[in-house]
Design a binder for this molecule. Structure first.
Ligand SMILES: Cc1cc2nc3c(=O)[nH]c(=O)nc-3n(C[C@H](O)[C@H](O)[C@H](O)COP(=O)(O)OP(=O)(O)OC[C@H]3O[C@@H](n4cnc5c(N)ncnc54)[C@H](O)[C@@H]3O)c2cc1C
Length: 533
């Protein structure tokens, strides 16, 4: 049995940052356990996301339970299973969220989490290469973030169309204000994906006090009364134990962090007993408060040739893109999943945007092996509420770390979410039918121009919407009875144990969740080093 000062479970967006910062002091002996492999060939090239999203070699490939809001469908729920976690398979869009998101967390009683207090961590984590105000942006951190310039008529036309419906261009939505339309900032540099594996782990692999163990599935936390003393994990069928002298930090993500707590007897007593798990500590909030973005994708045919990636991504066009990438590390192969986005207010008088829209410059269609590029030429525009109120839950279904948990999103259960989703679809329509788009000869495929009433749009949402893979909240930070960790990310009632990843977010941030997850990892490391466990 090995003894470490700190054990970090999960080398994802947050966990990689935690392990990097904790091991910066050579006196700290750190073990980082990751269930997945070291990397996947597609995880280096941005376009590789298209293959990683359905790839069992790098992905947990969960799916949700059928529910009324999905018209009985199971939604695909990909999660990264390799070093870098979901940052190694995600869409590489970089969005921090709004100042109000973090101020709300602080107002819930989470001292230290206001925007002013998290901003230094957002700055410390990034090396931002775009224009922007250094009051808000960092230039020397490990994570490389770029701001692509719009090229060609497609993106310029969309920006013009947005202006025609009153949405201004915002050069830095991660700066003073989020509102407006912009090219998506990207965790891409030199045509390569900037995962946390690449930016936080690769540079420190030779630290003698950091031991990274891959293909190591943590099955259980080891508890001595109300203190966590280590972990039990398996590598190639062999069960091992490691001891943590100071703390175990669970960073296994919004589904697997609550799973690990439940497997260890921490959670809702009746649920655990029913699965034959000995209850070690009652904590009713474990696995509750699951929040995610429920996202309808409007689809548009484009009559004008040569505009969309459907045209440019086939035959000779594709060959040209491959060559362009090989020579310059740019073009279609080096872009985020949705290279242009807008943050929009659903109605006048709001202090800050409540909707996000993201353009995918092509049409895709479902296939048994995941979405694939459509033979038709077109655009996809997704549009959704950024801070949905609906809450679901995730729980284990067996006392076995290999069995996927049951994921119930409970989307649209809060009436304002449904209303905002319909509003988002209407705003998407208004941009796509603005005069600037006329030369593209657009026609609406989905929801379809004949769906005009709120009920008709909502009916389509239930049949067609998906998530954009932003689950959070299942080990909520706070001090109310449903909170799982306190503001120092210590698990309530268990010494020596913290959770640090997207699961601790009390509410969803306004936008994509990779940046705030990394910030949580950065801040967690500071708290682990500076406060008692
Ligand atoms: C397909 C996809 C696209 C996305 N696109 C974007 C985007 O463009 N922009 C954006 O900001 N966000 C995006 N996201 C969301 C974002 O990537 C996540 O919110 C973020 O990575 C979550 O970080 P985390 O640290 O909480 O979890 P993760 O990064 O998922 O890390 C958890 C890690 O723990 C490991 N693990 C789990 N259980 C165990 C165990 N028992 N033992 C050992 N290891 C374990 C996992 O394998 C994984 O490596 C996307 C996510 C996905 C899946």
């Amino acid at each position: 049995m090995q003894t470490y000062d700190y054990i970090v479970v999960g080398a994802g967006s947050a966990g990689a940052a935690v392990a990097n910062r904790l091991s910066a002091d050579p006196r700290n002996k750190v073990l980082l356990l990751e269930a997945g492999r070291a990397s996947h060939p597609w995880s280096f090239i941005p376009i590789g996301m298209a293959w990683l999203i359905t790839n069992p070699a790098a992905n947990w490939l969960y799916s949700s339970e059928p529910e009324a809001s999905t018209n009985g469908r199971r939604l695909p729920v990909p999660r990264g299973k390799l070093l870098g976690g979901s940052s190694s398979i995600n869409g590489m869009v970089f969005v921090r969220g709004q100042a109000q998101d973090f101020d709300t967390w602080a107002q819930f009683g989470n001292r230290g989490w206001s925007y002013t207090e998290v901003l230094p961590f957002f700055k410390r984590m990034e090396s931002y290469a775009g224009e922007g105000d250094d009051t808000f942006r960092g230039r020397e951190g490990p994570l490389r973030v770029t701001n692509p310039k719009p090229r060609g008529s497609l993106f310029a036309t969309i920006i013009k169309a947005a202006a025609q419906v009153g949405i201004r261009h915002n050069p830095d939505y991660n700066g003073a204000s989020q509102e407006g339309i912009a090219m998506s900032q990207a965790t891409i540099a030199g045509g390569r994906r900037m995962s946390t594996a690449r930016c936080y782990l690769d540079p420190v692999r030779n630290r003698r006090n950091l031991h990274i163990e891959i293909e190591a599935l943590t099955e259980k936390l080891v508890l001595d009364g109300k203190r966590c003393t280590g972990v039990r994990y398996s590598v190639a069928g062999e069960v091992r134990e490691a001891l943590a002298g100071r703390a175990v930090v669970v960073s296994a993500g919004a589904f697997n962090s609550p799973q690990l707590l439940e497997l260890s007897g921490i959670g809702q007593p009746e649920r655990l007993r029913n699965l034959g798990i000995e209850v070690r500590h009652e904590l009713p909030g474990v696995g509750e408060n699951l929040r995610d973005h429920y996202v309808p994708r409007t689809r548009w045919l484009v009559g004008k040739k040569g505009i969309t990636f459907n045209d440019r991504g086939r035959g000779l066009g594709l060959a040209r893109q491959v060559l362009h990438y090989a020579l310059f590390r740019q073009g279609m192969l080096a872009m985020t999943g949705a290279p242009i986005r807008a943050f929009v207010c659903s109605r006048e008088g709001l202090e800050a945007p409540d909707l996000m829209l993201g353009w995918i410059p092509m049409l895709t269609e479902p296939s048994p092996r995941g979405p694939r590029i459509s033979p038709q030429s077109g655009l996809t525009l997704y549009a959704h509420a950024m801070r949905p109120e609906s809450k679901g839950h995730v729980h284990i279904t067996a006392a076995d770390a290999r069995r996927p948990p049951a994921i119930n999103f409970n989307f649209l259960s809060s009436p304002p979410d449904a209303e905002l989703t319909v509003r988002a679809v209407r705003i998407a329509r208004s941009i796509m039918t603005a005069p600037a788009m006329t030369p593209f000869q657009m026609s609406e495929l989905a929801p379809g121009a004949d769906r005009t009433t709120d009920d008709e749009i909502l009916d389509w949402v239930k049949k067609a919407a998906e998530t954009t893979y932003h689950p959070v909240g299942t080990c909520k930070m706070g001090s109310d009875p449903m909170a799982v960790v306190d503001a120092q990310l210590r698990v309530h009632g268990i010494a020596g144990l913290r959770v640090a990843d997207a699961s601790i977010m009390p509410t969803l941030t306004s936008g994509n969740t990779n940046a705030p997850s990394i910030m949580i990892g950065e801040k967690a490391a500071d708290m682990v080093l500076s406060t008692a466990t």
